[in-house]
Design a binder for this molecule. Sequence first.
Ligand SMILES: [Zn+2]
Length: 70
Amino acid sequence: MSASAAPPATDACPLCETAVTSADERCPACGADLVGLASGPAFSQPLFWWTAMGFVLVYLVTLAVVAATR
Ligand SMILES: [Zn+2]
């Protein structure tokens, strides 16, 4: 969170709501294609959620293994 010397935010990422500028072609936080979102279907959003679901799945499997071996 930088309060000073930050470029003026003119938009927000539709995926993670990080402040982005109109000059940004991709979100610096999640890498969403901001240009593609404006003109076509969002391919980054399903990918983002599948990645998140993958992490959750690994987390749950790890919990299951720990619970089973305890
Ligand atoms: Zn983003």
